[in-house]
Ligand binder design. Structure first.
Ligand code: AMP
Ligand code: MG
Length: 190
């Protein structure tokens, strides 16, 4: 397996996709080839064609066994991709049945990441970002619950590191400091 496989995670609304898109632009300028894959989009393509959902934000409320099946199919597809890859996904998904691991053993063995990045910021910033995002059906959650989710994601990431030997890195995406987040992300990817 050649290439670098970087898994990027963060709670909904932390700005993962924004940081990834901007970092991809910088990598192009530096002539470093990377492909960015959105794990949720891979799952959604199957979920939609099977008639399970119409919206990507409905997937996390599906029966957990269906979510796991979609997850496995997405991991198998992404697992066959070559070269340097960024995988935009979640360390854990908040479902009605509890925190669902985003990278259980059968996903990790397909993806074999070199490193897992946790994109984080303060919970009250995330709360405000979610309230301002009309494009998505973000969960209505209090800041304490968002803080818990970020804590759980660190615990999940540590478990994934134990299983694979991958490293774990934290990139802060603070209000008004997107450039810092991009610098930190590009340093991980370079
Ligand atoms: P996102 O656009 O990153 O918020 O992802 C959309 C949805 O895809 C999430 O709310 C989850 O339902 C699903 N998803 C993304 N990554 C994973 C994963 N690794 N395991 C399970 N579900 C995932
Ligand atoms: Mg996103």
């Amino acid at each position: 397996m050649s290439g670098k496989r970087v898994v990027i995670t963060g709670v909904p609304g932390v700005g993962k996709t924004t940081v990834i898109d901007a970092s991809m632009k910088r990598l192009v300028e530096e002539n470093i080839p990377y492909k960015a894959v959105n794990f949720g989009t891979c799952m959604f393509e199957t979920a939609k064609s099977e008639g399970f959902v119409e919206d990507r934000d409905q997937m996390r409320t599906l029966d957990k066994d269906i979510q796991k099946k979609l997850q496995k199919l997405a991991a198998q597809r992404i697992g066959t991709m070559e070269g340097n890859i960024i995988i935009d996904t979640h360390a854990s998904v908040k479902t009605p049945a509890g925190y669902l691991p985003g990278l259980p053993e059968w996903v990790l063995t397909e993806l074999h990441p070199n490193t897992i990045v946790l994109v984080e910021t303060d919970e009250d910033q995330i709360l405000l970002r979610r309230m301002g995002d009309e494009s998505r059906k973000r969960d209505a959650e209090g800041s304490r619950s968002i803080a818990e989710h970020q804590q759980m994601n660190r615990a999940f990431a540590a478990a994934y590191a134990m299983m694979t030997g991958c490293t774990v890195q934290i990139v802060r995406n603070e209000n008004f400091l997107l450039d810092h987040a991009i610098d930190a992300m590009v340093a991980v990817l370079r």
